[in-house]
Design a protein around this ligand. Structure first.
Ligand SMILES: NC(=O)c1ccc[n+]([C@@H]2O[C@H](COP(=O)([O-])OP(=O)(O)OC[C@H]3O[C@@H](n4cnc5c(N)ncnc54)[C@H](OP(=O)(O)O)[C@@H]3O)[C@@H](O)[C@H]2O)c1
Length: 208
């Protein structure tokens, strides 16, 4: 699969490593431009190349958003990702710390408003990047793998992202729609940043 990664920090770079290891092709971008990613792509190897944000978005069949939620200017052009599967890994932290109060909305619903037409799937939000780097294991059966939660309103997009998650050794666990399932993945819930197996995660969801 061709994956465009927006953000080359903790989550973007870590995900890029896992995706190339699983034989996907990656275009990775940041705020400072492709030249600044020379070392990153040389470490990632021939399955990866550096790009601008909009080039990475154009390249990907799937796009991963791994920039600060508080910086909408960091997102690709909405027209470039319209109709594409866009994974929203961003959590709504304020630049100085603390969370934005979104009232009845959730951060990925707000992302969907910022990128109209994109097929938004919320995923990778509840896993710390070091756990993402270390806890995937393709040799384990799914129930024993670390869970990565997915939410969204587009069932086909969610299925494709779930398969992508399987290729990097994790167990996708569906929390539901972007609204209700997204709420369950927010930073203040009981499943946030918990090392749960797929089986444990399904049990834990019953009480969230
Ligand atoms: N850290 C985690 O464990 C974790 C876990 C789950 C979800 N998340 C979410 O994933 C997202 C990325 O987190 P992270 O820890 O990977 O962040 P990070 O290490 O600070 O990386 C942020 C990336 O966003 C890029 N960026 C683009 N425009 C930006 C702007 N206007 N201001 C600042 N940065 C900009 C940065 O580019 P430059 O490198 O050019 O500055 C950098 O590549 C956040 O929304 C976070 O809530 C993080």
């Amino acid at each position: 699969m061709k994956i465009g990664i927006i953000g080359a920090g903790n989550i973007g770079h870590t995900a890029a490593r896992l995706f190339v290891k699983a034989d996907h092709e990656v275009a990775i971008s940041n705020s400072r431009g492709p030249e600044s990613l020379r070392d990153v792509v040389s470490e990632l190897g021939e399955k990866a190349h550096a790009a601008t944000v909009d080039e990475a978005a154009a390249f990907g069949e799937v796009i991963l958003l791994a920039v600060p939620w508080s910086k909408p200017e960091a997102l690709p052009n909405a027209q470039t990702v319209a109709g594409k599967i866009v994974i929203d890994a961003m959590n709504p932290y304020k630049p100085g710390g603390g969370l934005y109060d979104l009232d009845d909305s959730t951060s990925s619903e707000e992302t969907a408003k910022r990128l109209p037409g994109a097929r938004i799937v919320k995923a990778f939000n509840t896993i710390w990047y070091k756990h993402l780097a270390e806890q995937g294991d393709v040799s384990k059966p799914e129930g024993q793998r670390r869970a990565i939660f997915v939410a969204g309103d587009d069932a086909d997009a969610k299925a494709i992202v779930s398969d992508l998650i399987r290729t990097i050794g994790f167990a996708p666990v569906d929390t539901g729609s972007l609204h209700e399932g997204g709420r369950k993945q927010q930073p203040d819930t009981d499943i946030y940043n918990k090392s749960l197996t797929g089986a444990e995660a399904r049990e834990a969801l019953a009480s969230v």
